[in-house]
Design a protein around this ligand. Structure first.
Ligand code: AP5
Ligand code: MG
Length: 198
């Protein structure tokens, strides 16, 4: 029963993964990134990976049912009993509803949605840098543009779903990693002490 579910929400390259991984370490909760899970499937050549690979390379979203099914399996693992930090999920309103339903099955609910806000220019800059270091398949200039467009069209509206429930907190992500994390940490602490009214 109970447990903490925190969502990191924001455009590609906003720092969701960076911040979620720091908070995961501090809170001793798993960081669940649907992007990382999908990249694992692509690398392993599974059926999910075969479907996801061309979609990810184009910058589009993998179908809701596939991602939610993958997430359902991940949440069954023991390390998620006390909760999890969600990084890059949900990305559509349908996924947000599925997450609520999945969490409700184990008596959990979303504590807070951290919207990491970063302007497009900074994003393009960060991802171009990462492309040189890591060579992620979707960090090409064309796919970065597509990912930003898909974010605006399909994912940004999810903010309204959470805002209506008093769960959305926007954080200026265009600062140093430490500065952003210090705000992430204090927002989460405040919400743990005083959750949004149901
Ligand atoms: P996903 O893996 O989630 O990628 P993304 O959302 O495009 O975001 P990134 O992982 O690129 O960025 P991030 O916000 O995690 O930032 P990071 O910390 O890495 O998704 C990839 C694809 O998978 C999607 O396009 C889609 O096809 C599919 N997919 C995934 N989830 C899905 C879902 N739920 N439904 C459907 N399809 C799904 O930081 C970025 C860079 O900036 C790093 O190099 C980092 O070191 C640097 N950085 C971080 N913070 C700072 C800072 N404060 N200042 C300077 N640099 C910084
Ligand atoms: Mg990420």
């Amino acid at each position: 029963m109970g447990g903490v579910a925190i969502v990191f929400f924001g455009p590609p390259g906003s720092g969701k993964g960076t911040q979620a991984s720091r908070l995961a370490q501090k809170m001793q909760l798993p960081q669940i990134s649907t992007g990382d899970l999908l990249r694992y499937h692509v690398g392993a050549g599974t059926e999910i990976g075969k479907i996801a690979k061309p979609i990810m390379e184009s910058g589009n979203l993998v179908p809701d049912e596939l991602v939610t099914q993958m997430l359902r399996e991940r949440l069954k693992q023991d390390d998620a009993i006390c909760g999890a930090l969600f990084d890059g999920y949900p990305r559509t309103t349908a996924q947000a509803r599925s997450l609520d339903a999945l969490l409700a099955e184990t008596g959990k609910s979303v504590l807070v949605v951290l919207h990491v806000d970063v302007p497009d220019e900074a994003i393009v800059d960060r991802l171009a840098k990462r492309a040189q270091i890591e060579g992620r398949a979707d960090d090409t200039p064309e796919t970065i543009r597509a990912r930003l467009r898909v974010y605006r069209e399909k994912t940004a509206p999810v903010a309204g779903y959470y805002e209506a429930q008093g769960l959305l907190v926007t954080i200026d992500g265009d600062r140093t990693i430490d500065e952003v994390f210090s705000e992430v940490d204090s927002v989460v602490y405040q919400r743990l002490v005083q959750p949004a009214p149901a």
